[in-house]
Design a protein around this ligand. Structure first.
Ligand SMILES: [Zn+2]
Length: 354
């Protein structure tokens, strides 16, 4: 296995941009790459920046209907949150291409961990764009590994502040993919789905795992959820690879969500994921990053994710002082109750929770 980590990037992703006044602007990618270079990582032998090609039609068809693809190509939007501006079809294909390439590099073993910049567009479902997500690159990355490269089992760990309802829908009946989704309590946040009792259907029953976190949840609540739910499931499921997705929207200063992570916390959490991956799947981690709605903290949080998931240690800045309400154990008691309920539900499917 190679010792280098890949950052898969195509500058055309800056056109993944919903326009002035929208919280998702495409300049985030250049801001991050500038921070990446500023930290000396572009010339650091632990990282290689690799160019992403846009996905082709046959790739999009792995997860989406032809009707959706044609409608996106024509620029006919059906979701007011996801306005289709000129250039977004091409940029969305770049996001998918970056995620697929990241998956391939790690699965084939040429790189240890690969980061797909622009990935994690987890609200898009088979027939519909939604919540700033045009095509679901997470699902396409997983399906490409399963159907073309011979992967048998994939664990998707969705750590975005919002529930990955599109990813859940695509794999709801599919036992090849175990989706573990940590997100802010959907009673308090879009997409208002992702409850513990949503566990999958048919052959996929038990393979969708939702861990809703109370608003304000901070590092200890996240660590508890990872240790009590993600780790035992990863050991029992024994995936070929872990796909992690999610950007900086769980940060305490994010404009759209109400969680309580600091930039440093992203590093600590991603280190846990990396160490679990080292035990269960030869360290194979694909990490897909795009979200975050506070431009001031986004580059630091993304760098923290890159440091944690790769295991390459470098310093992380905390751009803003934590608010007075934030404690390391914020949300912990609530998460303990959620985890207890979830274990009862999951005990029907997983020996780890018997
Ligand atoms: Zn989000």
């Amino acid at each position: 296995m190679g010792g280098v980590n890949a950052v898969v990037y195509n500058d055309g992703i800056v056109n993944y941009d919903f326009g002035p006044g929208h919280p998702f602007r495409g300049d985030r990618f250049r801001r991050f790459m500038s921070a990446f270079r500023g930290a000396g990582l572009a010339s650091d032998p632990r990282f290689e920046v690799i160019h992403a090609e846009p996905a082709g039609e046959e790739d999009l068809l792995l997860a989406h209907s032809e009707e959706l693809i044609r409608r996106i190509e024509r620029g006919e939007s059906r979701d007011p949150d996801t306005p289709l501006r000129p250039g977004i079809y091409e940029a969305a294909k770049i996001a998918v291409g970056a995620s697929m390439r990241a998956g391939e590099l790690v699965f084939r073993g040429s790189h240890r961990v690969a980061f797909g910049l622009g990935g994690g567009l987890h609200h898009a479902s088979r027939d519909r764009e939604a919540g700033f997500c045009v095509f679901n690159d997470v699902a396409i990355c997983a399906l490409s590994l399963l159907e073309r490269l011979g992967a048998k089992r994939i664990l998707i760990l969705d750590m975005d502040a919002h529930a990955g309802d599109g990813t859940a829908e695509i794999f709801y009946r599919d036992p090849r993919v175990l989706l573990v989704d940590l997100h802010q309590d959907p009673r308090t946040l879009y997409p208002f789905k992702g409850f513990p009792w949503e566990v999958g259907e048919g052959e996929g029953e038990g393979f969708t795992v939702n861990v809703p976190l109370p608003p304000g949840s901070s590092i200890m609540a996240y660590e508890y959820a990872l240790r009590e739910i993600f780790e035992p499931l990863a050991e029992e499921f024994s995936p070929d690879i872990i796909i992690r997705n999610g950007g900086s929207d769980p940060h305490f200063a994010d404009g759209l969500a109400n969680l309580g992570l600091t930039a440093m916390d992203f590093k600590a959490l991603c280190r846990i994921i990396k160490s679990v991956a080292d035990r269960v799947c030869h360290g194979r981690v694909v990490d897909l990053i795009a979200s975050g709605y506070n431009p001031e903290v986004l580059p630091s949080c993304w760098l923290a994710i890159v440091s944690g998931s790769s295991g390459a240690d470098f310093p992380i800045d905390e751009p803003l002082p934590p608010p007075p309400w934030l404690r390391r154990d914020s949300g912990l008691e609530g998460v303990k109750r959620v985890v207890a309920e979830l274990k009862r539900i999951l005990s029907d499917y997983w020996g780890a929770f018997d």
